[in-house]
Design a protein around this ligand. Structure first.
Ligand code: AP5
Length: 220
């Protein structure tokens, strides 16, 4: 099954994608994580992406489409994939359609996580993650069980993303409304769009997504 999680920065795409990957054995394909890894290593793509990402803009379509198409070729993606942060523009959506058609794969669902702007800024500005394993936390909503120690790997160093600075968050939101929100209409017209209240607590959001996927798989 191919699932797309669609929503503005901070809507909870990464949080829910990790949950789905763990519970359903799907592969999380997060373009933001892939690009950040390329920046950290300093690959050619990383060098091109670094300043764009730091300013809250979108990396050019041809770069992102290339890395997603290549990743979808990997054997572990055969059983199912959650696309987290892709597609983000209409050209990316139509490139994905072409890749799926070529591979004779169908789109299971496009799930929109709906969250208001005030909550998005609050979520992003409180977000941090474990420097060692990447587990995500939040100053208010999800603190480590033992203060200063990662629940997953017991690491004690935490980092905050550069593009989570308040002024960059505002730019990222504008980019979302200008370039990515037209995808809601695109997938609505194709009959794929489902909406989930992303303002609900994390577990309730996960439950609502599970209900949608169960109904698609014929379990509900
Ligand atoms: P990317 O990494 O994809 O960032 P984003 O879309 O801005 O999304 P975020 O990771 O900020 O938020 P999220 O929705 O995953 O929320 P999260 O689960 O972390 O992209 C970064 C950059 O890379 C882009 O700006 C662009 O430059 C580039 N890029 C990436 N993909 C691209 C593409 N396809 N094309 C071009 N450029 C691309 O949750 C946020 C916080 O809220 C967390 O602390 C979490 O614990 C908390 N939280 C989550 N759910 C809830 C809830 N229900 N209630 C309370 N708190 C919650």
């Amino acid at each position: 099954m191919i699932i797309i999680l669609l929503g503005p920065p901070g809507a909870g795409k990464g949080t829910q994608a990790k949950e789905l990957a763990a519970r359903r054995g799907l592969v999380q394909l997060a373009t933001g994580d892939m690009l950040r890894a390329a920046v950290a290593v300093g690959t050619e793509i990383g060098v091109k992406a670094k300043s764009i990402m730091e300013s809250g803009g979108l990396v050019p379509d041809e770069i992102v489409i290339g890395i997603v198409a290549e990743r979808l070729e990997q054997p572990d993606c055969r059983n199912g994939v959650i696309l987290d942060g892709f597609p983000r523009t209409l050209p990316q959506a139509s490139a994905l359609d072409a890749v799926l058609k070529k591979k004779r794969r169908t789109l299971g669902a496009v799930i929109e996580l709906k969250v208001n702007d005030k909550a998005l800024v609050e979520r992003i500005s409180g977000r941090f993650s474990c420097a060692r394993c990447g587990e995500g936390y939040h100053d208010t909503f999800k603190l480590p069980k033992v203060s200063g120690v990662c629940d997953v790997c017991q690491g004690t160093e935490f980092i905050r993303r550069k593009d989570d600075a308040p002024e960059t968050v505002r730019d990222r939101l504008l980019v979302y409304y200008r370039d990515t929100s037209p995808l809601l209409g695109y997938y609505y017209c194709k009959g794929n769009l489902r909406m989930v209240d992303g303002m609900a607590p994390i577990d309730e959001v996960s439950g609502a997504i599970a209900g949608i996927l169960d109904s698609i798989e014929g379990k509900a």
